[in-house]
Design a protein around this ligand. Structure first.
Ligand SMILES: *Cc1c(COP(=O)(O)O)cnc(C)c1O
Length: 385
């Protein structure tokens, strides 16, 4: 009898750690000895590396991707009466932050092929909100879903015409490039998450903000430390406790040594999937100029029934998968009231976001998958189609 094959992970939590275990132990031991658990030198060292990698002037480490979004919106003074446009097909944190600040999220439909925000729908919603005059169009939060850059030149053009702030929720996409340059400088501010399963993940919660604006970077540093000013006990503005821990920065510095190679490895894995699955099932489109970071590898089945068959086939082979996301945000109980409040009449429909929730399926994706692993996953997908 054959030995059972080695298990395939949806996200890698083991192979990477084995490669850097000694460096991790040494970096962690150094923080333990220094005792500088808050604002230790590792934080500034990491910020320098993140800015250099992204080709931006400033990086500010913060406590999570969600807090990065919140600090960026607080710095713009976004709040009551403001409309913040964002995709209906994304993680909950994107919509939660404007609501926490008293602003109104306006859900925008996505493109059925790229799964990123649909520019025609975004333009229509911005014009509608501006025309109705109940809310002020204030910001667009673009999400680079599953690692694929959103259409930033188009988003920025629209925002420039309406005087809106552009915030890139790149929580799933650090390492991606658009028209040859890394995400980080394509919007006025870019939020990163270092949640363990993201393309660059720490061993807990962490995040960062990237920007080319010195004024914004200074505000972010103040806001992450309770709005403090030049001296420690001067409070200039309402802030939050939003710092990145020294220990997490130390862990991320070790992971940064592998990161460029890991992004290349993810692209290689995506190529193996593409070669086997294209023509069989719809894949996330890769528009010209986009180099995805491949945070997730996501296919789109014809309907819920076909997805169910593929899920059953993967399950029978012991292969993990995920559904990101099973429900569009405007159907979430927490956001239904806000969705209705955004418009004078009934909110416009979001048909693509709704149907994608029944169709999408994310397959194992991490830098340490082998071509044989991908072969096994694809055989199981094909068997279910
Ligand atoms: C993960 C994620 C976030 C939140 O990041 P945390 O670090 O978990 O707070 C925000 N937006 C998107 C699109 C994400 O995938």
């Amino acid at each position: 009898m054959n030995a059972s094959p080695t298990p395939i992970a949806l996200f890698d939590m083991q192979a990477q750690q084995a490669l850097i275990r000694e460096a991790l132990d040494a970096r962690i031991a150094s923080v333990l000895s220094s005792g500088r658990f808050i604002n230790g030198p590792e934080v500034a060292e990491l910020e320098g590396q993140l800015a250099a990698f992204a080709g931006v002037a400033h990086a500010v480490g913060v406590s999570s991707g969600t807090d990065a979004l919140q600090i960026a919106m607080m710095a713009e003074g976004i709040g009551r009466g403001d409309a913040v446009f964002l995709p209906a097909f994304t993680y909950t944190a994107t919509a939660e932050v404007p609501l926490v600040l008293g602003a109104t999220p306006i859900f925008v439909d996505v493109d059925p092929d790229s799964f990123n925000m649909d520019m025609a729908d975004l333009t229509a919603r911005v014009e509608q909100v501006a025309r109705e005059g109940r809310l002020r169009p204030r910001a667009v939060v673009g999400v680079d879903l599953f690692g694929l850059p959103a259409d930033w030149p188009a988003i920025r053009g629209l925002c420039a015409r309406h005087g809106m702030f552009t915030l890139d929720d790149a929580a799933q996409a650090f390492g991606a490039r658009l028209h040859g340059s890394p995400l980080g400088g394509h919007a006025e501010a870019t939020a990163l998450s270092f949640y363990p399963t993201k393309t660059l993940g720490c061993y807990g919660d962490g995040g960062a903000l990237l920007t080319n604006s010195a004024e914004r970077a200074e505000l972010y540093r103040s806001l992450r430390t309770h709005g403090e000013g030049g001296s420690r006990y001067e409070v200039l503005r309402t802030g939050m406790n939003g710092r990145l821990d020294t220990l997490q920065a130390a862990i991320l510095l070790c992971k940064m040594t592998l990161f460029p190679g890991e992004i290349a490895a993810r692209a290689r894995v995506a190529g193996w999937y593409h070669a086997r699955l294209s023509g069989q099932v719809a894949l996330q489109a890769q528009p010209a100029g986009c180099e995805s970071a491949w945070g997730l590898y996501t296919i789109r089945c014809a309907d819920a029934a076909e997805r169910g068959r593929v899920q059953a086939s993967l399950k029978a082979q012991g292969i993990p998968f995920g559904v990101y996301y099973p429900k569009p945000l405007h159907h979430q109980p927490a956001y239904q009231a806000a969705h209705a409040a955004g418009f004078a009449g009934a909110p416009p429909p979001l048909p693509v976001s709704e149907s994608l929730c029944d169709q999408v399926l994310s397959l194992p994706m991490h830098p340490y998958l082998t071509e044989a692993d991908v072969e096994r996953v694809c055989a199981a997908v094909s068997a279910g189609l």
